[in-house]
Design a protein around this ligand. Structure first.
Ligand SMILES: Cc1cc2nc3c(=O)[nH]c(=O)nc-3n(C[C@H](O)[C@H](O)[C@H](O)COP(=O)(O)OP(=O)(O)OC[C@H]3O[C@@H](n4cnc5c(N)ncnc54)[C@H](O)[C@@H]3O)c2cc1C
Length: 404
């Protein structure tokens, strides 16, 4: 099968790159082995952990992916990423000029570039825009630390009350504790009878608190569960991300996939690219584990970091398993003993030139680009820039391909 561009990976970077290429008329295929990091992330997007991200980005080392793009283009591409999320129906709050704060599953406030509408956010880490909150959670729910959230809110001057709720369907699920996870609860809350029952509970159980705070389990396929609950109960409802798996992250991935396919993109789902053929310095084809061979003018490697299988390691080396392209690995130990410190292996990744062509033996491959978490030169956890690097580098690669 022949395409203009074949993208290896099905995560945030692959889908954003694919959407940009497809909406500019390219015939694009995405090959996705499995779930992406979005299934574990909170669904919020970080550009860089600093009060003013762009100022901090201007000071980064030349090997950082943002430095290869330049601060002005990072700003333009970040705006384009926001627009693509919007096109996909993912409504976000936030600006590139200054980070705001989002509440994490343990209740702490963390800097963030874009947060999903309807989540608990704040302009600073010192105060919230409400003074009282009723925290409402399903009985027996495993992925949400209500007491942590309550303690953090109280530390920010918010009066809190805790309320659990039960619904017949959830009570049956509680017989098997592994069923009380975020995705299963969200699926149950897609059902009309459960929405109406929950709205009734919210109206009668949460007193006169200014807001009702719930874990992010409001609707799995339906997008309007939260707004409907607000409308029926007359209460302002906000959500806090749960521990993985992340309902919000899964919804973002689904929205991007649907948009990519609507724009004519093709997804080879559940397939792993296992080999390739090269002619001189150009990749000619890739082949999947299901023996599907794809031919294209351009190839994009966005297979993620260790978590997605884009990088593999043993105790001594880190490799990129499909093409065997150059990987920058830490010089010394891959880990430090303090697990709360940034781990050196997290900055490992594929080496590229400034146009994000992957290097092999120090030479760029003419038509193989890399973007997203597979890149070297940044630490997404320490710098809070995982989603930002994924989307900005994906759009830079798309633009380099379109300008070829
Ligand atoms: C727990 C967690 C929480 C996070 N929270 C945040 C956050 O709050 N804010 C933020 O900004 N960032 C966060 N991130 C980081 C951010 O989610 C990622 O940096 C970003 O989603 C990476 O996208 P990606 O497309 O580059 O890689 P991935 O999402 O890892 O996608 C890689 C894809 O490639 C596929 N693949 C791999 N090898 C092959 C192959 N050979 N053939 C075919 N397919 C292949 C994988 O199956 C996967 O679908 C978080 C990450 C994690 C893990």
């Amino acid at each position: 099968m022949r395409f203009d561009t074949v993208i290896i990976g099905g995560g945030l970077s692959a889908l954003v790159c694919g959407i940009e290429l497809a909406r500019n008329g390219k015939r694009v295929a995405v090959v996705a082995k499995g779930h992406s990091s979005l299934h574990f992330s909170s669904g919020s997007f970080g550009l860089y952990n600093a009060e003013h991200p762009l100022k901090a980005i201007a000071e980064l080392a030349p090997t950082h992916p943002y430095s290869k793009i330049g601060v002005e283009r990072v700003e333009a591409l970040a705006a384009k990423a926001t627009e693509i999320l919007n096109v996909a129906g993912v409504s976000t709050n936030g600006t590139i000029e200054a980070n705001h704060y989002i509440m994490t599953p343990t209740g702490a406030l963390r800097p963030c570039w874009l947060s999903l509408e309807g989540t608990v956010t704040a302009a600073s880490d010192k105060s919230l825009d409400f003074k009282s909150a009723a925290i409402l959670y399903p009985e027996g729910f495993l992925d949400f630390y209500t007491q942590f959230v309550s303690d953090e809110l109280q530390g920010l001057g918010v009066n809190t009350s805790l309320h659990s709720f039960a619904l017949p369907e959830l009570s049956i699920r509680r017989n098997n504790p592994t069923e009380m996870r975020s995705v299963a609860v969200a699926r149950a809350l897609d059902k009309e009878e459960n929405i109406l029952a929950l709205a009734n509970i919210i109206s009668h159980k949460t007193g006169d608190a200014e807001v009702v705070i719930m874990p992010s389990v409001l609707g799995f396929v339906k997008s309007d569960v939260q707004s409907r609950l607000e409308k029926i109960s007359g209460k302002r409802i906000l959500t806090v991300p749960t521990l993985p798996p992340s309902v919000e992250g899964i919804k973002v991935e689904r929205a991007l996939r649907t948009t990519f396919e609507r724009m004519g993109g093709v997804i080879f789902n559940g397939q792993t690219v296992v080999s390739y053929a090269k002619e001189e310095n150009v990749v000619a084809t890739v082949t999947t584990d299901k023996y599907v061979t794809l031919t294209a003018e351009e190839f994009v490697l966005s297979a993620g970091s260790f978590i997605g299988g884009g990088l593999e390691s043993d105790r001594n080396s880190i490799v990129e398993p499909v093409f065997g392209v150059d990987v920058a690995a830490p010089q010394g130990e891959f880990t430090t003993r303090d697990i709360f410190e940034p781990q050196p292996f997290m900055s490992a990744g594929v080496v590229t030139d400034n146009s994000f062509k992957a290097l092999c033996g120090g030479t760029p491959i003419d038509n193989l680009y890399a973007c997203g978490a597979i890149l070297s030169g940044f630490n997404g956890v320490k710098e809070g820039c995982g989603a930002g690097v994924a989307m900005v580098t994906a759009l830079e690669v798309a633009e380099n391909i379109l300008n070829k």
